[in-house]
Write a protein that binds this ligand. Sequence first.
Ligand code: ADP
Ligand code: MG
Length: 298
Amino acid sequence: ATPTAIMVGTGKGAEQGILIRGGESLERIQAIEAVMLDKTGTVTQGKPELTDVLVLDETLDEETLLRLVAQSEQGSEHQLAAAIVEGAKARGLALAPEGYPTRFVALPGRGVEALVEGHELLIGNRRLLQERGIALDALLSQLEALEQVGKTAMLISVDGRLAGLVAVADTVKESSAAAIAELKQRGLAVWMITGDNERTARAIAEQVGIDAEHVLADVLPEEKARQVKSLQDLGMVVVFVGDGINDAPALVQADAGIAMGTGTDIAMEAADITLVKGNLQSVVSALELSRATMRTIK
Ligand code: ADP
Ligand code: MG
């Protein structure tokens, strides 16, 4: 396209809350064949809420377990941690400053490890507990039931023994399903990628009309970019849409990276396009804008 057409297109984008960096990305997205969407904060609202607390170990009551877990999670910056801390407070639990973990380790793609009130806690996914040799059998059916309805359940071990689980729910954005339907209508392959587990991911995907075979779950943070690359290796032009720190390498790897304006600064810095409204309908608008811009020069 001519520089003038691009300038006009960029201006129109800005009016619609689509902030485009450089004209090339506007040109590139008209050729896209696949869209890879991050789950949390992109397809979903990214504001999970604590919904379930389940205690296994009879030596601990629910309040004590939730307090230990919430105090551990005070050390974490993850959205899941915030949901647990908020949920504990909403249930009237006092999280004393002296209850702050004396030792805390964030384990990306897994969970957290903390020492609170003299107890060694692990909170996270199957991968984390399995790696530490903790048997999950006693909670497996409950875990799967929660995941089946799209919740993210986190297993808890206290002093090396499985003690219970907490679950959070993150609702899909109102606009996601319609936007995804429009992208598919335009012939694009729509993928969803997440560090969350397969069952939860599929339940969310189903709510927004993404096919189960286009769901990539249990993806470690550093592997998101590699997944973009493997679609590109099949010859596809790929757009990645994300919001988190974890998404930055994938946003850079993609033929065009689109960040949610509601997300982290790091994602926006890595992206070619930022969507001020933070909803997927703007991805459709960006595509339209790109095609209109390219048409004006033919
Ligand atoms: P995503 O950002 O896509 O949810 P992450 O890689 O950050 O993926 O996390 C993957 C999984 O690791 C989560 O679904 C959760 O089970 C576990 N996890 C990560 N951080 C925490 C945390 N602070 N507390 C408990 N579990 C966690
Ligand atoms: Mg996200």
